[in-house]
Ligand binder design. Structure first.
Ligand code: AMP
Length: 216
């Protein structure tokens, strides 16, 4: 199962990707997570990516595409992959198509998790993320049992630097201008599954499962 998850920031791509990766026992590759790990470790990649991430802009393709190519070339991606946060533009989608072709792999489906701007702003402004396992919470809609502590693994929760009102606004502009054309791109290639993302994570997952089961 080689899958892409698309949708605006805060749509729940990470949450659903983790569940799908577990269900199919395949890797979850999230470009945002790779960048955040590099930032934490203060690597050259992290330093470069931070300049863009803090502004809500896309990290340049020279950096991002090579990084994805390296990850997809590893053996564990042969049997399947859940790509989350890549591609984020038509140029990246074309680059991905070349990478997959070289690896003799093909996409099975592209899942578009559909969520409106107002909901995105509400979700991102209250989001808290686990520094250990990456699980997402929301101070109001999905609070952890103990404030600041992850229900899943006991890790410390933090607010992402780019989840502030100004950067959220810019990320939405970037999504609308650069990423949303992917919806038409994958529709034309007959790969797109559209899922209403404004329901509970459980309901979203059930709908994705149902759509994917229908493909098999
Ligand atoms: P995410 O965790 O997917 O919300 O990504 C956080 C940030 O990482 C984005 O706002 C971008 O600055 C950067 N980023 C993640 N994926 C990509 C990508 N495919 N291309 C360029 N920048 C990316």
């Amino acid at each position: 199962m080689h899958l892409l998850l698309v949708g605006p920031p805060g749509a729940g791509k990470g949450t659903q990707a983790k569940r799908l990766a577990k269900k199919y026992s395949i890797p979850h590759v999230a470009t945002g997570d790779i960048f955040r790990e590099a930032i934490k470790n203060e690597t050259p990649l992290g330093k470069k990516a931070k300049e863009y991430i803090d502004q809500g802009k896309l990290v340049p393709d020279e950096v991002t595409v090579g990084m994805v190519e390296e990850r997809l070339s590893r053996d564990d991606c042969q049997k399947g992959i859940i790509l989350d946060g890549f591609p984020r533009s038509v140029d990246q989608a074309n680059a991905l198509s070349d990478i997959l072709q070289d690896l003799e792999l093909a996409l099975d489906a592209v899942v578009n998790i559909d969520v409106g701007d107002e909901e995105v702003i509400n979700r991102l402004s209250g989001r808290r993320v686990c520094s250990e396992c990456g699980a997402s919470f929301h101070v109001e809609f999905n609070p952890p049992q103990d404030a600041g502590v992850c229900d899943e693994c006991g890790g410390e929760l933090y607010q992402r630097d780019d989840d502030n009102p100004e950067t959220i606004k810019e990320r939405l502009v970037v999504y609308s201008e650069q990423t949303s054309p992917l919806i038409e791109y994958y529709q034309e290639r007959d790969l797109l599954l559209v899922i209403d993302g404004e329901t509970t994570p459980e309901q979203v997952f059930e709908r994705i499962e149902k759509e994917l089961d229908a493909l098999e």
